[in-house]
Design a protein around this ligand. Structure first.
Ligand SMILES: [Zn+2]
Length: 298
C-alpha cells in the first residue's frame, strides 16, 4: 500500500473506525466492561451502546487512541511512516510531515512504540548469535555535562536466531549474570549452538545457562570473522541497521527512552518482509493498554 492509497482508503474518521473495529473485535463488537453484546446508536453509528452497563463508547475507548484529539487518519499516517521507514522516523520528521506540534508527535511516536512492545515473543532456537555494542554520544564530555543521561555510552545487547528474529536489550552492564538472564528469558533450552565473539563475559554466561558445550567463539581479535558456520554476521547486520537508525533518524536518544526505541527497531526488523506490518501494528495499538503522557515523562 502506498501513502496515497492509505489516504484514499481512510479518507475520514468513520472509515478508520471501521477498520479499528474489525481489528479489535474480529467477530462482533462487545462491551469493554461486561463483554456483552452491544448496539449502535441509530444516528451516530460509530457510538456503541451496552444496555446492561448503560455504557456508551467508541472503538477507541480504553485504547492507546483514547483521549486523543488527533484525527485518526493522522494516527494511521504516523503508523504507516514508522512501519515503512526501515530505520524509523524522528518525532521532528513526523511533526513536519503531519503538521502537528512536536509534543503531539513525540507522544504519538511513544504510544505507537508502546503498542509494538506488547507483541508476543517466541523463544529463539537453532543457531543463535549474541553480541553487544555501545550507542550514544560520540563526543563524550563535549555536548553534555557529567551526570547528564546522554553523557555515558549505553550498552545494547542483541540475540539473533540465524535466519530468524532479533531481540534487542538496553543493558545496565555486560556482566556474565546480565547476559545469562537474557539468554534464559529468550533462548530455548534446546538451542543447537550459541555463537559469540571472545568478549570475556560470555564464557561465564554460558556456564550459568548450561550452554558451555554448545558455545562457539569467533576470534575477532585474531582477525577471524567467519570460520565455517561460526560467525556473528547476522546479529551484526541487525546492529548496523540499529546504529544507522540512531545516527541518521533519531540523532539523540536519551538513555531513558532507549529501550522503547529498541523495541520499535526489533518489532519492525522482525516483520520487515511482512505484508501485514501496518495492520499488525494497528491491531496492537487498538488492543494494548493506554500509555499516559504522565507515565512517559515521570
Ligand atoms: Zn456492558
Amino acid at each position: 500500500m502506498t501513502i496515497i492509497e492509505l489516504c484514499d482508503t481512510f479518507s475520514n474518521d468513520d472509515l478508520c473506525r471501521e477498520l479499528l473495529e474489525r481489528l479489535r473485535w474480529p467477530n462482533a463488537p462487545e462491551c469493554p466492561r461486561c463483554k456483552g453484546p452491544v448496539a449502535r446508536l441509530i444516528n451516530t453509528p460509530n457510538i456503541l451502546y451496552c444496555k446492561d452497563c448503560d455504557y456508551q463508547f467508541t472503538v477507541t475507548a480504553g485504547s492507546i487512541f483514547h483521549d486523543s484529539h488527533l484525527p485518526l487518519i493522522k494516527w494511521f499516517t504516523a503508523v504507516y511512516l514508522l512501519c515503512e521507514s526501515k530505520k524509523g522516523m524522528s518525532a521532528m520528521q513526523i511533526k513536519r510531515t503531519l503538521g502537528i506540534s512536536y509534543k503531539t508527535a513525540w507522544y504519538l511516536c511513544h504510544r505507537i512504540r508502546a503498542a509494538m512492545a506488547t507483541a508476543e515473543k517466541s523463544m529463539l532456537y537453532g543457531t543463535v548469535e549474541m553480541d553487544e555494542t555501545y550507542v550514544g554520544a560520540k563526543k563524550q564530555g563535549h555536548q553534555h555535562k557529567p551526570g547528564h543521561p546522554m553523557c555515558k555510552k549505553q550498552i545494547v545487547v542483541a540475540l539473533r536466531q540465524r535466519g530468524g528474529e532479533v531481540r534487542f536489550f538496553h543493558a545496565e552492564d555486560a556482566k556474565s549474570g546480565t547476559l545469562a538472564q537474557y539468554i534464559k528469558d529468550n533462548v530455548s533450552e534446546d538451542v543447537d549452538v550459541m555463537v559469540t565473539d571472545e568478549y570475556n563475559s560470555y564464557p561465564g554466561a554460558m556456564k550459568q545457562t548450561g550452554l558451555t558445550e554448545r558455545h562457539k567463539t569467533i576470534k575477532h581479535k585474531a582477525k577471524v570473522y567467519v570460520d565455517g558456520d561460526i560467525h556473528t554476521n547476522t546479529v551484526e547486520s541487525a546492529f548496523s541497521l540499529l546504529k544507522r537508525g540512531i545516527v541518521g533518524t533519531w540523532h539523540k536518544i536519551s538513555a531513558k527512552h532507549l529501550a522503547a526505541y529498541l523495541q520499535e527497531m526489533e518489532f519492525r526488523f522482525n516483520r520487515r518482509n511482512s505484508k501485514t506490518l501496518f495492520l499488525d501494528t494497528l491491531r496492537h495499538m487498538i488492543t494494548a493498554d493506554p500509555l499516559t503522557f504522565e507515565e512517559l515523562t515521570a
